[in-house]
Design a binder for this molecule. Sequence first.
Ligand code: A3P
Length: 312
Amino acid sequence: MDLLKLSPEERERALAGIRNQKHPIYDGCMLPKFPSIMANTEKYMEAVRNFDSKESDILLCTYAKAGTHWVHEIVSMILQGGTEYTKGHKGGAMMERDVDQLNDLPSPRFINTHFAFRHLPKKHVENGYKIIHVSRNPKDVMVSFYHHALNDPFAACAEEDFPGTWSDYIQDMCENRHNFYGGFVKYEREWEDAKKTKAVTNVHSVFYEDLKKNPVAEITRLAAFLNKDLSPQLIEEIAEKCSFWNLAHAVKSGKKGVDYVPLFSKNKKNFIYRKGTTGDWKNWFTVAQNEMFDQMLERGFKGSDLKFKYKL
Ligand code: A3P
């Protein structure tokens, strides 16, 4: 069913139906309710694992809400060697949407996913093809995902009252109950282990907070990883074009093509470009919730060398 072809009333009914459905679960991970995954989860995940990767493919791997759209736009401009906004949504090259359709993308195929490291295409990882891994501090990720799940029927579940109130949600996250993509801690620990043990080799790591603080330096590093020799002026222009305000405005004004997100969103707004800051978590976590969350992080990241930045 193509939701875009339905009348507004039919679409609302269809979206309510999706909102009521339970999430598919695979290998301990709660996955989004995209029709392709819902139809046959095991088969779909097998197709992802066996995806016929090419040496020129670039995989953008992030835990949901780590800044995927932002880095997607930056990398698209680096690859293009210019500052034209890409038309459309990064969803067209999202591994979760329709893995078969990715075959038809022009090279270099720039594919994005939130799937856990162990679920990525085997060929891509084993052959050492390029991967960009973006991380963000877990408290801002939690707040960002809460707002996303309030509005995105593919992430929410009315039957289970998810995400519910902020208070219910953050408790739920501390207990890793609705463990989207396996949960933040597991996701990032798996990446850390893979980098340490060299299970993954050709990977470039970016932190949202570093990109926010020093976009020019981070875009320069990204361009070097992608073997693109860009002038300092072009890098400055990319940083400027992809600043939160400019990118959000480009989406809203149609410069990036038609924005379909509001059509699916419960509040009829684009739930991707919300605040684009570091430290918004302080407006949401109570002192008690912050303590509970810190304890969960301490347990989860015991023995890890990962350090997240909670303010700039
Ligand atoms: P907030 O909800 O905290 O505002 P993803 O693309 O992985 O879904 O991540 C979305 C988050 O990245 C949102 O965070 C969004 O506002 C933020 N974001 C998007 N574009 C950005 C930009 N150009 N600069 C900074 N943050 C950006």
